[in-house]
Structure formats: structure tokens, C-alpha cells
Design a protein around this ligand. Structure first.
Ligand SMILES: [Zn+2]
Ligand SMILES: [Zn+2]
Length: 124
């Protein structure tokens, strides 16, 4: 509802501004009237932009709210034992590791670890 009001109002303001500006072309031009016309015009355009912005924001919120949440994925489990939740990710061996498997996996020189929740974004 408010969207229609905003766009209606902005349209009216733009039209009023244009009318005032057009009137300046014919009769004797006055700076005050031209300023008022420009003000009405730009205010109307700004209001329309604001309305569009709000609409876009609302759409974005609706879209993001409608998206199904798939946070709980089984691929977060440790790749070695497949039972416990992976806490770290070895970038060298491309393995998700829980804390108890981390000790046996680590070879002391090559392994490069990143947090598992960060790795899941990079390695699908
Ligand atoms: Zn494990
Ligand atoms: Zn490793």
C-alpha cells in the first residue's frame, strides 16, 4: 500500500515540478519559481528512488527468508572415522578431521589446517 502512495506522490511531485519548469519557458522566467520547480522535480525523483530502494530491500529480505536453510550437512563429519564432527580441514590431504583423528593424521611437516567450517565453503 505505502509503495503505491510513495510512487503516486513522487509522480505528482515530478509532474508538478515539470509543470512549473515548463511554465517558466513561456512567461517571464523567475529564479524562485525555477528553483521551486527544480526542487519539486528532484524531490519527486528522489522519492521514487527511495521507494524502489525499499521495494528492492523488501524483496531481498523475502527472498533470503524463503531460502531453505541447509546448514546441517553430513559432509561436515570427519573423513577418517566418519563419526565425529570435523573441527579442522587439512588442505594438503583434502581431509576433514575431528580432534581425535587429527593427532594420528598429522605428519608434522606437510599438513596445512584451516577451520572446518571455513573449509566447507571452499571445498564442496
Ligand atoms: Zn575422526
Ligand atoms: Zn594432512
Amino acid at each position: 500500500m505505502s509503495k503505491i502512495i510513495i510512487f503516486g506522490l513522487s509522480g505528482l511531485l515530478v509532474a508538478a515540478g515539470l509543470t512549473v519548469l515548463a511554465a517558466q519557458l513561456g512567461g517571464s522566467p523567475s529564479d524562485t519559481m525555477r528553483g521551486a520547480g527544480l526542487f519539486l522535480f528532484s524531490f519527486g525523483v528522489m522519492l521514487a528512488a527511495l521507494g524502489l530502494y525499499q521495494q528492492a530491500r523488501r524483496l531481498k529480505v523475502e527472498y533470503e527468508g524463503a531460502k531453505p536453510r541447509q546448514k546441517k550437512k553430513s559432509d561436515r563429519l570427519c573423513s577418517v572415522c566418519n563419526r565425529e564432527r570435523a573441527e579442522v580441514f587439512c588442505r594438503v590431504h583434502v581431509l576433514r578431521l575431528c580432534l581425535s583423528c587429527l593427532g594420528s593424521h598429522d605428519d608434522g611437516k606437510n599438513c596445512l589446517y584451516v577451520p572446518a567450517n571455513r573449509a566447507s565453503a571452499a571445498y564442496k
